[in-house]
Design a protein around this ligand. Structure first.
Ligand code: PLP
Length: 395
């Protein structure tokens, strides 16, 4: 018999799984090139060639027992030192190896941090729409997720509503910018105001509130938009970074947690998080990927490819009369459903072989998400299908 805690997760997962299976079925039936699958956030730009070269070089040049062996649970010291040096240079921080923990992607980073800080009943606040797994992560450690309602049409966070949700029980806030699913980048002004609200609240309730900055999309930003470095604004920020999107390595499961020296209870928190890494079952981040990363710290994905997709999709859809948030970052486009029931709209899209994710999967009904990490040709070919869909809705 499975646990009561797992039951809702299984039900929710079967809905996502059903969508995935349906996509596969449609591709089999109509041919992959005739299905416009905007459902998955899997990078469409290959990892930089330097990553493959580095894998070969590590295997050829480094000691095999070390490369494949156990290591300190926080990760190889020399990798963390090199990463700290790179972050210090880029963001003017004073990290050293001891402030960083190598983790199994952002999902794992968030889990070990929540394991580290939550007692049963503690609250974590986030902003709708949000990456829906946050709910499961918080429940993993018997926490309670409080959700700030969405703020249309710009989808910057509603900070007044946010302030109203903070209580004595609030232990952490999870933010994500550039944002999945809206493509919004939180502005400097937003971060300043967010920091002020949190600092005032910390003073009032007498304990720290950690701001977990979930940053798998940091490097995916367009039109020269500024993606502010969150620890500059709020001392109790902990950065959860992942190379899943920035180096197109989602299957390799590699990222880091960065705990700036300004974070309350810094040393105890890191010591506990390193143990959490072990007892959550990941033990340490993949050793080969850590070795590779040390050689690829300055590598970048080809953002121009996503940018070209973004422009084509945004311009194409708005010309057809769809209302979209202009994406500034990540690789998602957030579109208003022409009818309130966005699930009906998603179902209508399928009749034209268009696969989109309903906003209710991100706690924000009435909208849909299109992942434009697809080939440019897919976007081009989808336009007549979107035109039909627009016609059906009288746009
Ligand atoms: N956070 C957000 C906002 C995401 O979109 C994702 C993945 O899509 C993750 C976390 C998990 O990323 P990772 O592959 O690094 O675990």
């Amino acid at each position: 018999m499975i646990s009561k805690k797992m039951e809702p997760l299984v039900n929710n997962n079967s809905a996502i799984r059903a969508m995935f299976e349906e996509g596969l079925q449609m591709k089999k039936q109509f041919g992959a090139e005739n299905v416009y699958d905007f459902s998955l956030g899997n990078p469409s730009v290959p990892a930089p060639a330097a990553v493959d070269h580095a894998i070969r070089a590590v295997l050829a040049e480094e000691d095999t027992l070390t490369v494949h062996g156990y290591m300190p649970n926080a990760g190889f010291e020399d990798v963390r030192a090199a990463l700290a040096e790179s972050l210090d240079r880029r963001f003017g921080m004073d990290y050293d190896a001891g402030d960083l923990i190598m983790v199994v992607g952002a999902a794992s980073g968030l889990n070990i941090l929540l394991k580290t800080i939550l007692d049963p009943g503690d609250e974590v606040v986030t902003f709708a729409p949000y990456f829906v797994e946050y709910g499961a992560y918080v429940r993993n450690y018997d926490g309670v997720l409080r959700v700030v309602p969405p703020h249309a049409p710009d989808f910057q966070p509603d900070l007044e509503a946010f302030a109203g949700l903070l209580t004595e029980k609030t232990k952490a806030v999870i933010m994500n910018s550039p944002h999945n699913p809206t493509g919004v980048v939180y502005s400097e002004e937003t971060l300043r105001r967010l920091a002020k609200i949190l600092t005032d609240k910390e003073r009032e309730i007498g304990h720290e509130i950690y701001l977990l900055s979930d940053e798998p999309y940091r490097e995916l930003a367009y039109d020269g938009v500024n993606v502010p470095y969150v620890p500059w604004y709020y001392p109790d920020t902990i950065v959860c970074y992942s190379y899943s999107k920035s180096l197109s390595l989602p299957g390799e499961r590699i990222g880091y947690v960065a705990v700036p020296k300004s974070v309350s209870d810094h040393d105890a928190l890191i010591a506990a998080a390193v143990i959490a890494n072990r007892v959550c079952g990941s033990v340490n981040a993949p050793s080969l990927m850590q070795r590779v990363l040390k050689r690829c710290l300055e590598e970048k994905t080809d953002v121009a490819v996503y940018d070209r997709n973004r422009r084509r999709l945004y311009e194409g859809l708005t010309q057809l009369g769809f209302e979209c948030v202009r994406p500034e970052g990540a690789f998602y486009l957030w579109m208003k459903s022409p009818v309130e029931d966005e699930k009906a709209f998603v179902a209508a899209g399928k009749r034209y072989h268009i696969l989109m994710v309903p906003g209710s999967s991100f706690a924000c009904p009435g909208y849909v998400r299109l992942a434009y990490c697809v080939s440019y040709e897919t976007i081009e070919r989808s336009m007549p299908a979107f035109a039909e869909l627009a016609k059906e809705y009288g746009l």
